[in-house]
Design a binder for this molecule. Structure first.
Ligand code: NAD
Ligand code: DAU
Length: 363
């Protein structure tokens, strides 16, 4: 079996669902169920004996050691993290606790377990750490995309905590020989994405007639990857990645945020036109920029293609259409995640922002 941490969150849940759709190898899923963890994401597995869910913290050394001893996984995949940049700006503490201290404790528990294994399972064992392109910092428009040899230059409390975790993973390999793999992926989007992140927030706000908040000029650039493609990349790295190596994962889809906003608005105009006949882009509102906002990320994903034969299978056009359709088809999921805690966050982050202005002209 494999142990997945953070498997009730956006990417982790997609990964677990895809894994069990393609394999009978059981999954032990350890998740603390923070505001971002949602058991409803895993409801298709409710009575599936191949999925064992445990609510708990990766930083709980005794719990993790007990689970490793009991279930004897052949691999540990670490998705668990605090993941939202804006939250890290409001309160970095949880990010350090989970992403840094939690990862260190998880590595310690895994190391003890791995060292005690017999030779054959010890040689086959892998620890796969799921990380982000944000650890590389920000690019100027003319800069080449990030490769695996770029320096880590994180700029937000979130990316600094992820960079620290990447360093810890590297050190546990270098010092103790733990067989690790690290993936650094760009912005994911797709089903089950919590509506604090740009794309699901746009869809949810648009349908509710609320402002579509664009930070600053909206010309910040991100690379976008459909979540199922990220999951397939992780499976490929787990299967065939070279121990100790980093693999960049990306969609070859660099886009300015404002273009994403317009694409989502156009799809909604087509799929769920407004009763009053107005276009969704009239809800676009430019709001105060994120402090320290990274201007551009771009991922060079040629190493994973060259060495492991992985490429994304969705284009941005096909993936974003599926995503918008998924939110239209799943209003109950959306309603359930918009709990009191979600409303409080939206109030903290967007309170006092200007009222909707006429849509910006784009391009
Ligand atoms: P998410 O916030 O949706 O989910 C995180 C999950 O981890 C939640 O289920 C939460 O309950 C759980 N968790 C948090 N703290 C925990 C702890 N101490 N112990 C156990 N579980 C804990 O995040 P996501 O977007 O699914 O991201 C998953 C991973 O992928 C993260 O490591 C993130 O840094 C990385 N990543 C995300 C993206 C992206 O675009 N979302 C891109 C690249 C990499
Ligand atoms: O690059 C990978 C990273 O992508 C992951 O490591 C993070 O976990 C994930 O949250 C994501 O980080 P971003 O900060 O890029 O994603 P977010 O969806 O928060 O924002 C995307 C862009 O949109 C960013 O430039 C900020 C902007 N934005 C975001 C929100 C929430 C807005 O303009 N308005 C908004 O309301």
């Amino acid at each position: 079996m494999i142990l997945v941490t953070g498997g009730a969150g956006f990417i982790g849940a997609n990964f677990v669902l895809d894994w069990l759709a393609q394999s009978d190898e059981p999954v032990l899923n350890l998740d603390k169920l923070t505001y971002a963890g949602n058991l409803e994401n895993l409801s298709p597995l409710a009575s599936d004996p191949r999925h064992v869910f445990v609510q708990g913290d990766i930083g709980d050394s005794a719990l993790v050691a007990g689970l490793l001893a009991q279930y004897q996984p052949r691999a540990v995949l670490n998705f668990a993290a605090e993941s939202h940049v804006d939250r890290s700006i409001h309160g970095p503490e949880d990010f350090i606790q989970t992403n840094v201290v939690g990862t260190m404790r998880l590595l310690q528990a895994v190391r003890a377990y791995w060292q005690a294994l017999d030779e054959v399972p010890r040689t086959a064992f892998r620890f796969l750490h799921v990380s982000t392109d944000e650890v590389y910092g920000s690019l100027a428009p003319e800069d080449a995309a990030f490769t695996e040899v770029n320096k880590l230059e994180p700029n937000s409390p979130y990316s600094a905590s992820k960079a620290a975790s990447d360093h810890l993973v590297r050190a546990w390999h270098h010092t103790y020989g733990l067989p690790v793999l690290t993936t650094n992926c760009s912005n994911n989007y797709g089903p089950l994405h919590f509506p604090e992140k740009l794309i699901p927030l746009l869809i949810v706000n648009a349908l509710a007639g609320k402002p579509l908040p664009v930070y600053g000029d909206g010309l910040q650039v991100r690379d976008w990857l459909y979540v199922k493609d990220h999951c397939s990349a992780i499976r490929r790295v787990l299967e065939s990645g070279q121990v100790g190596e980093l693999y960049n994962v990306g969609g070859w889809n660099e886009k300015p945020n404002i273009e994403i906003v317009h694409t989502v608005c156009s799809l909604l105009d087509e799929l769920r036109p407004k009763a009053d006949g107005t276009a969704y882009q009239t809800q676009i509102t430019h709001v105060q920029d994120r402090p320290g906002h990274d201007r551009r990320y771009a991922i060079d994903a040629s190493k994973i293609e060259r060495e492991l034969g992985w490429r994304p299978s969705e284009t941005f056009e096909s993936g974003i259409r599926k995503t918008v359709q998924w939110y239209l088809d799943n209003p109950d999921w959306v309603a359930h995640v918009q709990s009191g805690a979600y409303r409080e966050w939206v109030q903290t982050q967007y309170a006092g922002q200007p009222a909707p202005a006429p849509a910006a002209v784009y391009p």
